[in-house]
Design a protein. Structure first.
Length: 155
């Protein structure tokens, strides 16, 4: 099993179906869940799963809500559209995580009866190694929200 950093393939198709709404004030709710090194996550991940999700003191299954960067997003520059999230802190936790999954907990698609739209995956983050917190804060730091570095970029 492995965690491979990727923008999920299903997310790319769902963009064309209008499943994801990234507007700041009226858009969907995006979450980040943390996973152990036993997780199998990558470009083929289609939805949030509890399989090999971390567990520990003060960590809630499903993870935390992500805040979109306060500037108007999505944004564009040249031929690239991009958006970013604020860094996310899991407070006072005792956990070990090797990666994370960003997913949409409130998809916008008109056909919400489609079971594949339950908590659809957006992106997989690979931390490169186990990262731990012991009765402390576990912080996921997102790259700069610009055309070259933002966590979600479509060129």
């Amino acid at each position: 099993m492995a965690i491979s950093q990727a923008m999920c393939t299903s997310f790319k198709a769902e963009l064309l179906l209008g499943v994801h709404d990234f507007r700041n004030t009226s858009g969907d709710t995006f979450k980040i869940a943390l996973y152990t090194s036993s997780a199998s996550l990558g470009a083929d991940t289609t939805a949030f799963t509890t399989s090999n999700e971390v567990s520990g003191t003060n960590y809630t299954s499903g993870g935390n809500d992500l805040d979109k960067v306060s500037a108007t997003f999505p944004n564009t520059s040249g031929t690239t559209a991009f958006m970013d999230f604020e860094d996310e802190t899991f407070s006072n936790v005792t956990i070990t995580a090797a990666g994370a999954l960003i997913y949409n907990s409130t998809p916008s698609a008109a056909d919400k009866s489609n079971s594949s739209l339950t908590n659809p995956a957006v992106a997989v983050l690979d931390f490169g190694a186990d990262k731990s917190a012991s009765s402390g804060n576990f912080k996921v730091v997102f790259p700069t929200g610009d055309v070259s570095n933002a966590i979600i970029r479509i060129a």
